[in-house]
Design a binder for this molecule. Structure first.
Ligand code: FCB
Length: 419
């Protein structure tokens, strides 16, 4: 059993060097990212469900000390954030040293508060100039992205020990090139999908090699979103076949292509799906039949056991350390029992996986505060802190903040914090 050299606590404990964090992403929290493709995308009617516009949003760009103080109060020892490519490289051949200096300050501000920064280089957005040149379908985008990586790693690398190259590339590929609900808004563009996929895989591998060459001690991984798929009728072979297909088409296949270029796997776990075969030749032959006993504000089924199933599966397949780089739930309620139960239950299952020998080394709740949720706009509320955007204040959702703080302080799931 490989525990990565870490000692484990009893049954429901976590390894001593476990990272406790929250995750945010630049476009979703910074505000003012007018050079990014999403900025234009949002401004086209119909693209964002609640018709909100991300102008300053949480204004993390200017008010990061305020938010990092809130994170510190929870007792976190890690903080996941991302760098906005469009800020660093707003126009072709124009680089913003000012933006890089600010990111350096943010990273140092994490360190000053005792939080290990985990830095993502690409969390969904590309600069508008890249998008005008064809975005990920254009092979030149690979060179442009790698130039951005070089600049960023040069400027920030001495203070970053954990890098994530790409966040959820397969989600962007399907939303951008299959369903078209995200930029670049192409529907059923199989050619675009394949080209972009190839370019993203190459970018991941090359970014890994470049960072390792420059700072061999850095840990470099990718963040993938893996659904726990189950057959609706386990005895029915077509349902089982759907699960098999969903798994091989999704991130497992993606990871397989890059497994020699990974120090760790970042797992974003949100979902569980029971898949049922249905006869509908015009679509995918697949229907989701969840029990939906407990759901988030957006109807997503809460299924804590899935975090253990997927972690186990990832560990069996790849034998790489795992960080839960995102896990969270949308619930606008200030009396947030759903969220505090969610955190407790997911961490309970995770601690059991660790006890079974799965090498999980950290957990990052999505998110510190409510923020801009892509096509859902600002209505999706997943924060440990509720945002009052007008007053620009973040108000604690007491029950969740307390629950997470207590688990972190105790470093285990005790009888008390299971109540
Ligand atoms: C994940 C994304 C993150 C956020 C959460 C709710 O898929 O990585 O940016 O949108 O979902």
């Amino acid at each position: 059993m490989n525990t990565g050299g870490m000692q484990k606590d009893r049954g429901t404990g976590f390894p001593p060097s476990f990272l406790w964090g929250v995750a945010v992403a630049s476009y979703q929290v910074e505000g003012g990212n007018l050079w990014s493709d999403w900025w234009e995308w949002e401004r086209t009617p119909g693209h964002i469900k609640d018709a909100s516009r991300n102008t300053i949003g949480c204004d993390f760009w200017n008010r990061y000390p305020y938010y990092l103080d809130l994170a510190k109060e929870i007792g976190l020892n890690a903080f996941r954030l991302s760098i906005e490519w469009g800020r660093v490289n707003p126009e072709k051949d124009r680089w913003s040293d000012e933006a890089l200096t600010r990111y350096r300050e943010i990273i140092l501000a994490c360190r000053e508060r005792g939080m290990e920064p985990m830095v993502t280089l690409w969390h969904f957005t590309v600069p508008q100039w890249v998008s005008r040149e064809g975005g990920w379908t254009n092979p030149e985008t690979v060179d442009w992205f790698l130039a951005y990586v070089d600049k960023t790693v040069e400027a920030l690398g001495d203070n970053v020990r954990f890098w994530i190259t790409l966040n959820e590339p397969t989600i962007v590929l399907s939303s951008g090139y299959k369903t078209g609900v995200w930029p670049p808004g192409r529907k059923k563009d199989i050619v675009g999908f394949r080209q972009s996929r190839k370019n993203l895989i190459f970018c991941h591998c090359e970014t890994f090699s470049r960072i390792k060459k420059k700072t061999p001690e850095a840990q470099v991984g990718i963040a993938v979103n893996i659904t726990y798929n189950e057959p609706y009728r386990p005895w029915f072979p077509p349902d089982r076949a759907l699960v098999f297909l969903a798994n091989i088409q999704g991130d497992y296949a993606f990871l397989k292509r890059m497994q020699s270029h990974l120090d760790f796997i970042g797992l974003n776990y949100y979902f569980h799906n029971r898949l049922a075969f249905v006869f509908q030749p015009d679509t995918s032959f697949s229907a989701v039949k969840n029990e939906n006993k407990i759901v988030s504000d957006f109807g997503w089924e809460v299924y804590p056991a899935g975090i253990a199933k997927v972690s186990w599966d990832l560990w069996q397949r790849f034998r790489k350390p795992i960080y839960i780089t995102e896990n969270g739930v949308a619930d606008a309620n200030m009396n947030d029992k759903l969220r505090s139960d969610f955190i407790r239950q997911h961490l309970l299952y995770l601690s059991r996986s660790i006890a079974q020998g799965v090498d999980v080394r950290g957990y990052f709740y999505w998110s510190l505060m409510d923020n801009f949720e892509w096509a859902e706009g600002f209505s999706y509320r997943s924060g440990l802190y509720a945002m009052d955007y007008e007053k620009q204040i973040a108000v604690p959702r007491q029950s969740s903040v307390e629950t997470y703080r207590r688990i972190i302080a105790e470093h285990r799931i005790s009888h008390g914090n299971l109540k």
